[in-house]
Design a binder for this molecule. Structure first.
Ligand code: NAP
Length: 252
């Protein structure tokens, strides 16, 4: 028996990186996966890859920095599939490691809109439908940055996700709806290519690097997807409000 057989799973930020791998792993485990992001062509390729491997997938093109984009995502999935069993809030953007003193209002608002408010909007919209069926598993992708190990906006958003995760878990404990979080450590994706890193703050990455062990290997997107799958499936049915760090021990 596959671990997500028959489930309807929504994975945001699935046009690349951790979300793309997670969507493919979920499909291999029997889920019908709805992939969500802004880049339609990339989503179409992910859907085609999943279907070529014998899985089932669909897509929603949405800007999750907006309330309209989040509500449209949930509305389209419900209209087409009737339910959401699993919601992975993975879409996220970096803050280029800008510390508080170099964070503009514009950068703060941009990062919080996607990395925290968008997750709140998606959870609120999806929970209405999960509540009606007393079933659902939400996995929020936070970060080791939640400990202050990134810039001001990203760290704050990712720490906020942990509180949101626990708050949802507390509200629905024992009622069939679970909410957990994973905290990825450094994982090679488009978020941290050499080109992306070139635009980072010149001082802050060196400062935060003193607070974790960079000598351990980076995790892979497959490592991240394995932890997300664990929270998505019923093997973790007694777990809610929990955070799983996936960083090869970099922040022990
Ligand atoms: P990535 O490859 O850049 O993926 C980010 C995804 O988010 C993309 O699919 C992007 O799609 C989507 N996205 C960004 N803004 C969006 C918006 N406004 N609306 C809809 N989708 C949006 O990076 P990743 O590393 O896989 O990141 C996935 C998650 O892991 C993020 O939440 C990130 O903070 C977290 N994380 C990553 C690391 C790491 O080292 N890689 C470490 C800790 C945490 P479009 O551009 O097509 O919209």
């Amino acid at each position: 028996m596959k671990r997500l057989e028959g489930k309807i799973a929504v994975v945001t930020g699935a046009s690349s990186g951790i979300g793309e791998t997670t969507a493919k792993v979920f499909a291999r485990e029997g889920a019908t996966v709805v992939v969500v992001a802004r880049r339609e062509e990339r989503l179409r390729k992910v859907v085609a890859d999943i279907e070529a491997a014998g899985g089932a997938a669909d897509l929603v093109v949405a800007d999750l920095a907006t309330l309209a984009g989040c509500e449209k995502t949930v509305d389209e999935v419900i209209a087409k599939f009737g339910r959401i069993d699993v919601l992975v809030n993975n879409a996220g953007i970096p803050d280029r490691h800008m510390p508080t003193t170099r964070t503009s209002d514009e950068l703060w608002n941009e990062v919080i809109a996607v990395d925290l408010t968008g997750v709140f909007h998606l959870c609120r919209a999806a929970l209405k439908h999960m509540e009606a069926r007393s079933y659902g598993s939400i996995i929020n992708i936070s970060s080791i940055g939640a400990r202050g190990l990134a810039g001001a906006a990203y760290s704050s958003a990712k720490a906020g996700l942990i509180a949101l995760t626990r708050n949802i878990a507390i509200q629905f404990a024992g009622k069939g709806i679970r909410c957990n979080a994973t905290l990825p450590g450094p994982t090679p994706t488009e978020l941290n290519t050499p080109e992306a890193l070139a635009g980072f703050d010149k001082e802050m990455p060196g400062i935060t690097a003193r607070h974790f062990d960079l000598s351990v290997p980076e995790a892979t997107t497959e490592d991240q997807a394995a932890a997300i799958l664990f929270f998505a499936c019923d093997e973790s049915k007694a777990m809610t409000g929990q955070c799983l760090t996936v960083d090869n021990g970099a922040t022990l």
